[in-house]
Design a protein around this ligand. Sequence first.
Ligand SMILES: Cc1cc2nc3c(=O)[nH]c(=O)nc-3n(C[C@H](O)[C@H](O)[C@H](O)COP(=O)(O)OP(=O)(O)OC[C@H]3O[C@@H](n4cnc5c(N)ncnc54)[C@H](O)[C@@H]3O)c2cc1C
Length: 282
Amino acid sequence: MYDCIIIGKGPAGISSALYIKRAGFNCLVIGKDGGNLVKNELIQNYYGIEEISGEELLLKGIKQIEKLGVEVITDEVIEIEYNNSFTVKTINNIYNSKTIILATGNTRKTLNINGIKEFEGKGISYCAVCDGFFYKNKEVAVIGNGEYAINEVKHLLPIVKKVTLLTNGKELKNKNSEINIDTREIKQFLGETRLQEIEFKDNEKLKVDGVFIAIGTATSTDLAQKLGVLIKENKIAVNDKMQTNINGLYAAGDCIGGLLQISKAVYEGAKAGLSVVEYLKG
Ligand SMILES: Cc1cc2nc3c(=O)[nH]c(=O)nc-3n(C[C@H](O)[C@H](O)[C@H](O)COP(=O)(O)OP(=O)(O)OC[C@H]3O[C@@H](n4cnc5c(N)ncnc54)[C@H](O)[C@@H]3O)c2cc1C
């Protein structure tokens, strides 16, 4: 029986493990992949580090907690059950724990179009606030047809040379005359090592330096919902100790919403870790 199982090996999960392990409790970190952190091509806004890639920061974090003796495994959690303690089912195993921290990040919706995966972090981004700066005076496109997409366009307008909103065959939900709109369906994304062009289904092409996907924010709340956790606006609801409405179940980072940045995920992970320690001490 673990004292705590942390689901997610991103900044929130790793930060919480640091506090739990250093307080003398054992914990297991389970993560299915690099989460949103590895989609960060270049991070330039984290305290004390001038420049680092998401992948490097992720590996540094994992190394730091492994050095303390925390077990970090790659697996996907498919279910959590609660009966005074928690049972965590993954694709490969079943684990038991006294407490859980959900640090599963924010699963953004993507598109099933050729080239998307290939150019993620190489011209395809999911966050105008994070990456818009890298496209100063360049030509970009935003893909989406809702308010979220329009917001991303508005964020990019003062930074980039030109921004086109691509609705990919969908109707724009809220017409906006200030925005350059193209409704054609997209066939594929093309480029050598980075994204260079978008090809439409009519075989015409649009040259772009970058594309921002903004087709909505998918829930990362499925695991929590099954346990009866309170969800507000599609995010896991927590109190000021990062505790959900279920005893012993905490959440931190992008999965609880708010500012989707590493600094906030690290802060909340620390807070959740300290709350778990307090809970375990009774
Ligand atoms: C393109 C891009 C650029 C960005 N640039 C910046 C930037 O410059 N600066 C900045 O501060 N922030 C940036 N961000 C935001 C930053 O990456 C996130 O805020 C941060 O990673 C959130 O940390 P987290 O720990 O909450 O989630 P994540 O880092 O997303 O980690 C979530 C973890 O949960 C795991 N997980 C999810 N579901 C399961 C499951 N069922 N079973 C097991 N594991 C699961 C994932 O595998 C992953 O390990 C950017 C984001 C993107 C997408």
